[in-house]
Write a protein that binds this ligand. Sequence first.
Ligand code: FAQ
Length: 337
Amino acid sequence: MYTQSFTVGDGKQNKPVPLTASTEDPLKQAAFDAKIDADGRIEPQDWMPDAYRKTLVRQISQHAHSEIVGMLPEGNWISRAPSLKRKAILIAKVQDEGGHGLYLYSAAETLGVSRDKLLGDLHSGRAKYSSIFNYPTLNWADVGVIGWLVDGAAIMNQIPLCRCSYGPYARAMVRVCKEESFHQRQGYEALLVMMKGTAEQRAMVQDAVNRWWWKCLAMFGPPDADSPNSVQGTRWGIKRISNDDLRQKFIDATVPQAQVLGVSLPDPDLKWNAQRGHHDYGRIDWDEFWNTVNGNGPCNKERLATRVKAHDDGQWVREAALAYARKQQARATQEAA
Ligand code: FAQ
């Protein structure tokens, strides 16, 4: 739905912004800058400025944390799915999100940071993850709406990342986007079925849309003017489309989908602006967004506690896997001797 005809700028519109002045090796810096300007890919073994490495570790790890925390709101519904078919689809989707976390932690590790450190930062509350996963899933329609809107917003944000300047992140995103596309469609299809059902089912869908719509718009991050990382991220070819432009693309793509579904979007100011060629929309509650990002949303504490428990409960699995690997290695060494 979102992947077709989606053109991604090369960030050249932002080229007048100078690269960060670096006190590091000027020759290596020049080679790095030239590669970025030629829209080339930076690989793990290439020299890169410290600030570029830090920005990538920040963004990729936040993204990885979002994927594994994002398993929780929908995971809550696996045991309550309304049919065997819906249960199988939901299990597959939640597993995919776990897989996305693994690709992303692996991509972050290529930058020289350990997975233990990244997970430690998540579990201690130091690291951020997407605001959207701190809201409750109250009924089955929420699962459909997460697929339609949350995965839809995630795809919109991630397609440009397939052309991110850091090779391992860009390559991980290609597969992630294909899987997210399936997630988005399964959510939309589940909602279409509910909308053909009883009046009560239709009301459940509308209620879920009302609760998730504004939170999804905030997922794209603060307005461009209040986004401290955007200018440099764009200059480095990490970010290709700005927070506000992606938000606008998402709104424009979603309005006709809502019409087909038969739901209204909860924004009295939402209307087509022929002059701009886009929909105008109302004010996002940024105070509420920052309150949630800073740990005080409705489910922040519950999500972190569940994550920490899952990690602690899995300790024996990690130990067993390591013991098995050591045994295999010892056997291979013995055979080679
Ligand atoms: N939530 O200067 P900017 C998914 C923070 S995956 C929390 O604009 P930037 C799949 C930001 O980190 C969803 N914090 O920052 C799925 C920064 O803080 P810092 C996750 C947010 O990096 C579906 C500060 O605000 N996707 O949903 C949020 O240039 C269903 C200032 O912001 C990604 O992570 C937020 N929404 O742009 C899974 C995609 N927005 O670090 C399960 C990759 C902003 O300076 C079920 N990430 N902040 O302390 C990105 O594209 C970017 O990092 C942005 C933010 C666009 C999220």
